[in-house]
Design a protein around this ligand. Structure first.
Ligand SMILES: CNc1ncnc2c1ncn2[C@@H]1O[C@H](/C=C/CNC(=O)c2cc(-c3ccc(F)cc3)cc(O)c2O)[C@@H](O)[C@H]1O
Ligand SMILES: [Mg+2]
Length: 214
């Protein structure tokens, strides 16, 4: 069989992007996925909302659940101040190997720590492994039925502090109804929906931004 979709995305980056230039890596993936083959990157429309929330939070410590090919990893890490760390969690080894190459191609490997394995197992190990007390910013973009259990796990592990910002992709399409229910009916969160569209399409989707109140 031929190349996998992640491998084809990596090839598009190597062909069309400039090494060490995160913006060109983002543009190369968006162009490929808009004109050649769709892929589940947060994309350019929702990506602008992601960028604005990351810039507003200006996180010293950030977490991403669901690396996939590393598109949003690059989007987030390119905006982090020097000395900041983005931890990204991916349990598919094939995706991890592609994402590492895309993150390195963008020149962001020093800001990113990719943890290979299931979020449920790795989240409880983050404090001891990285000496992180809490996350300023969390981007949820993994299996949609895992948003609630992993948010609860982050709370239980003391990885959220007053003011921590959670940003969840796909709350409309494919949808994360239990998550919306959880954050919208929970006095410990101040939550707001940012309407947009599903990556590379005209279908409605959006991001839910939720501030943990402690
Ligand atoms: C559960 N714990 C986990 N721990 C570590 N990594 C995990 C993970 N769950 C999933 N992953 C990884 O995240 C990625 C999965 C993301 C799931 N995302 C989606 O299903 C998704 C799906 C769509 C989508 C929308 C419309 C449509 F018609 C088809 C698909 C759009 C998106 O933006 C999406 O994010 C994979 O790389 C997977 O290996
Ligand atoms: Mg997504």
């Amino acid at each position: 069989t031929g190349l996998s979709r992640p491998q084809r995305i990596l090839k598009a980056v190597q062909k069309n992007a400039k090494k060490g230039d995160p913006q060109s890596v983002i543009a190369a993936i968006d162009h490929y996925c808009r004109h050649k083959e769709w892929a589940m990157n947060v994309g350019d429309d929702k990506g602008l909302i992601l960028d604005s929330v990351v810039m507003e939070v200006n996180p010293s410590s950030a977490l991403e659940l669901g690396t996939y090919c590393g598109y949003s990893t690059v989007r987030i890490a390119r905006l982090l101040p020097a000395g900041s760390t983005l931890i990204t969690v991916e349990f598919n080894p094939h995706c991890a190997v592609i994402a590492r190459q895309i993150i390195a191609y963008a020149g962001l490997q020093d800001k990113v720590k990719l943890m290979e394995g299931p979020s449920g197992d790795l989240i409880p190990k983050i404090k001891e492994q990285f000496g992180i007390t809490s996350f300023d910013f969390v981007f949820l973009d993994h299996w949609k039925d895992r948003y609630v259990p992993d948010t609860k796990l982050l709370e239980e592990c003391g990885l959220l502090r007053k003011g921590s910002v959670l940003l969840a992709d796909n709350v409309i399409c494919p949808g994360a109804p239990e998550y919306l229910e959880y954050v919208r009916n929970n006095p410990r969160y101040e939550t707001r929906y940012f309407p947009s569209n599903l990556e590379y399409t005209k279908v409605e989707d959006g991001l839910e931004k939720s501030v943990f109140l402690g």
